[in-house]
Design a protein around this ligand. Structure first.
Ligand code: ME8
Length: 531
């Protein structure tokens, strides 16, 4: 997609850029799939969209991992990006428009310019700092936030690992000056930080007063050099946050930058809320750049009551789940089962139960029954609905409601669960309609009235599926495409991706005469759970 030139700003969505000290896990995939669904949804509204993801490659955490593996940090990052991160996003059908790596020159040059500019504007000064530092978070911690082990060791509240006391002469960004302006901004933009609990946490934090932020490090060198003092490297978080600007042409391609920046939605996990809703806006304010639309924090995927992390993944990789449930069911499950913004536990049993009842029984069976009956009673040619009545009108209204609800919940509120549920409620309704109308009995009546009734029932069901294929395309692109083909919709309506959400609830789009075929089962029965 070309950015710029037509004066229309893209709907711009970002994920965090992930640390490449290890391979991606379910938690990273959770945020990235959510962004993919959100951006596919907006594309299906006909909007221009820009979806950015990438990797965060500097800092001590990466450096130590590379050392432990006896390779250079750059070689380590190259390997992980090419062999683990990019392949997983491809496997999960993530359609990002760009993938930024913080070791790329298009990024590092601009980071230096940005920081130099702040220095020239007197927003950065030299000072000293001593305090507890968590390498896992790459962050100085406030003493009051630390946990204490039984032997008195101070622990990072997120990583539950000992913090290190760091003492350095550093450059500082005058973050403390931005507190009042930030509070004013939060006040004027109540939706800026979501969910509500995250907003409250940040407002309280900023009200207590902000400290200046150390933005350089001099005890190691794996980072972007501070341009006026090359003994220092730029703090990894300043470097990382700037990806959202450098990736869309900041300081290099003004046309693209204007057509894209700022992000409409920064998707993050709640661990990195302060960086995105305090430091990042303050950095932008310092440069007079526009502020993002919103920062939306997802909750934790939990395993056995603990936040899922690289160390306690209990061995489950995204690929273990996709090979069992399929990619589409994987994309669907986490958004369906957990309210976005809340913590949620993953369990193999819950996934299996929902797969079987909601995907295979409710949805997949509906699709195959309808195709089978059009085949059996009408030779695979979709008949015309000439005898619609009360029951059909209820189904038509049901579709319109599902479209409106899904559009508002997924496209605007990022309440993926409610949006998906609205579509599956409609699927239940269509199943109920078929159960009540009993087409297999109507089929025994060979009078013209009987044939008209049967035709109407099957048309109504097939046209309903046309709607669900469009509505679920963002979440489950592969099975939606399969269904689209089985309905013979492509010939008359064109590509599934070109179907507009705004039109999805209009009744009667799928023309009578379409060739309906019974394709492969959408959601096959699950094999035994692997040992
Ligand atoms: O923080 N549940 O990278 P990171 C849900 N490089 N989401 C989870 C999760 C879990 N258990 N675990 C991780 C960094 N995530 C920085 C970001 S951005 C300028 C720099 C997701 O590799 C969630 O989105 O530690 C979280 O914020 C992100 O992965 C952290 O990834």
């Amino acid at each position: 997609e070309k950015q710029g030139g037509d004066g229309v700003k893209s709907f711009y969505v970002s994920t965090p850029i992930y640390y490449v000290n290890d391979a991606p896990h379910l938690g990273h995939a959770y945020t990235t799939v959510a962004g993919d669904v959100l951006t596919r949804w907006h594309r299906q509204r006909g909007e221009k969209v820009w979806y950015l993801t990438g990797t965060d490659e500097h800092g001590q955490k990466i450096m130590r991992t590379a050392e432990a593996n006896d390779v250079t940090p750059q070689a380590w990052c190259d390997k992980l990006v090419e062999e683990a991160w990019k392949p997983l996003w491809e496997h999960l059908d993530i359609r990002h428009d760009d993938f930024i790596r913080t070791t790329e020159k298009r990024h590092t040059d601009r980071v230096q310019e940005f920081v130099q500019d702040l220095y020239d504007k007197d927003q950065i000064y030299k000072g000293g700092y001593e305090g507890p530092y968590c390498v896992g978070c790459e962050e100085y911690k406030l003493p009051g936030d630390l946990l204490e082990a039984e032997d008195g060791t101070k622990l990072c509240p997120i990583h539950k690992k000992p913090v290190e006391i760091l003492k350095e002469e550093n450059y500082f960004f005058k973050l403390s000056e931005y507190g009042p302006k930030l509070l004013e901004f939060y006040e004027a933009n109540p939706g800026f930080i979501q969910p509500e609990s995250a907003r409250n946490e940040i407002v309280n934090f900023v009200r207590q007063g902000l400290q200046d932020l150390s933005i350089s490090r001099s005890t190691f060198d794996w980072g972007v050099p501070v341009p006026w003092d090359e003994k220092h490297v730029i703090y990894v978080w300043i470097d990382a946050l700037l990806n959202y600007a450098t990736a869309v042409g900041y300081g290099a391609n003004q046309e693209k930058f204007d057509a894209t920046f700022p992000a409409d939605v920064h998707l993050i996990g709640k661990d990195i809320l302060r960086f995105h809703s305090v430091i990042w806006p303050a950095m932008l304010m310092a440069q007079g750049l526009p502020l993002p639309g919103k920062v939306v924090a997802n909750g934790w995927l939990m395993v056995g009551g603990e936040k899922m992390s690289k160390s306690n993944l209990t061995g489950i990789k995204p690929q273990d789940l996709t090979s069992h449930f399929g990619v589409d069911a994987y994309r669907w499950y986490f958004l369906r089962a957990i309210a976005y913004g809340s913590d949620g536990s993953f369990s193999w049993e819950d996934f299996s139960a929902r797969y079987t009842s909601e995907l295979a029984n409710d949805y997949g069976n509906l699709a195959s029954r309808v195709a089978a009956m059009v085949g059996k009673y009408f030779g695979g040619v979709l008949p015309e609905a000439t005898a619609s009545g009360e029951a059909e009108r209820a189904v038509q209204e049901g579709l319109a409601e599902a479209v409106a609800t899904a559009d508002a919940r997924i496209g605007d509120d990022l309440d993926f669960q409610a949006g998906i549920l609205a579509v599956f409620d409609f699927v239940k309704r269509v199943n109920g309609y078929i159960t009540e109308q009993e087409p297999w009995k109507v089929a025994k009546d060979e009078s013209p009235e009987g044939r008209a009734r049967l035709a109407t029932i099957l048309y109504t069901a097939a046209e309903s599926l046309r709607g669900t294929a469009v509505l679920l395309n963002a979440v489950m692109p592969r099975t939606s495409q399969q269904l689209w083909e089985s309905l013979g919709a492509e010939a008359s309506l064109g590509a599934l991706a070109d179907q507009r959400v705004q039109d999805a609830g209009r009744w009667g789009l799928l023309p009578a005469g379409s060739t309906v075929t019974k394709g492969a089962v959408l959601f096959p029965r699950l094999e035994e759970k692997p040992a």
